[in-house]
Design a protein around this ligand. Structure first.
Ligand code: UDP
Length: 237
């Protein structure tokens, strides 16, 4: 498969066409942004880690019945994916309090929830991706009631699968963001699952091994990304 015409550049990825209709080439960049684009930098070899982590995670999810856009890995930072009509929604799953939830609800970081929490955000950079509920999503025409229910059910299922997947690598899955799209009548997981889009803490020390190291200037950013991949490879041969 050849990388064809350039289609789109996002904050962390570039998308190209391929010779096959509705199959796209997703190239993972080393660029990193935070605070809705205010903070910019690069994380060495992040694209390589993130392509490989997404490929491994999506293959695992697919093998457990979650439909994803992944077709195959075609380069160290390149995946082939199905084109999806993306929903303008971000689905965040939370198991442990961190990030915006700590500020919004005034609770301490690290509090573990008995059940995973599902949140919906409107995908709109100009508005800073505001938190919305099901009724807002429906009223804004972002998805049908059935699609919203499907997205939330898939979010919960992915959460329980990935909690186990990361725990086997001695990583606590604190929270993460998913994006879904339509492929025909089916709701399919798209985008990526990486240390950019997940909070992952060491199970014992609770050391942060994710993009919070970049967001909070904690140092050791590259090393943390490499460590996540190393552990996934070691725990899931
Ligand atoms: N997240 C993401 N993209 C976004 C917003 C959040 O990947 O545009 C991820 C983030 O990495 C974390 C989870 O979603 O794992 C929850 O993020 P939160 O709402 O706490 O926002 P943040 O603190 O990242 O601003």
């Amino acid at each position: 498969m050849q990388k064809g015409e350039f289609v789109y550049e996002g904050k962390a990825k570039r998308i190209y066409r391929t010779e096959q209709e509705n199959v796209f080439w997703m190239e993972f960049k080393d660029d990193a942004t935070a605070q809705n684009g205010l903070k910019r930098g690069t994380i060495g070899d992040k694209g390589i880690v993130n392509a490989e982590v997404t490929r491994r995670v999506f293959q695992y999810l697919q093998s457990h019945g979650i439909p994803t856009h992944l077709r195959e890995q075609v380069g160290e930072r390149d995946l082939l994916v199905d084109g999806l009509a993306m929903l303008k929604l971000e689905v965040v799953m939370r198991n442990v309090a961190a990030g915006s939830l700590v500020k919004r609800l005034g609770i301490e970081e690290g509090r573990t929830f008995a059940e995973g929490i599902v949140e919906l955000y409107l995908k709109d950079d100009d508005l800073g991706d505001p938190l919305i509920n099901d009724d807002h999503a429906l009223a804004l025409g972002l998805a049908t009631a059935e699609e919203i229910a499907a997205v939330k059910a898939l979010g919960r299922k992915v959460n329980s699968l990935l909690q186990a997947y990361f725990l086997a690598a001695d990583l606590v899955l604190v929270d993460f963001k998913l994006e879904f799209g339509r492929r025909g009548n089916e709701i399919v997981l798209g985008d990526e699952v990486t240390p950019d889009t997940c909070r992952l803490w060491d199970r014992e020390t609770r050391q942060k091994l994710d993009k919070d190291r970049f967001r909070q200037d904690l140092g050791g950013v590259e090393e943390a990304y490499q460590e996540v991949l190393r552990r996934l490879v070691a725990s899931h041969a």
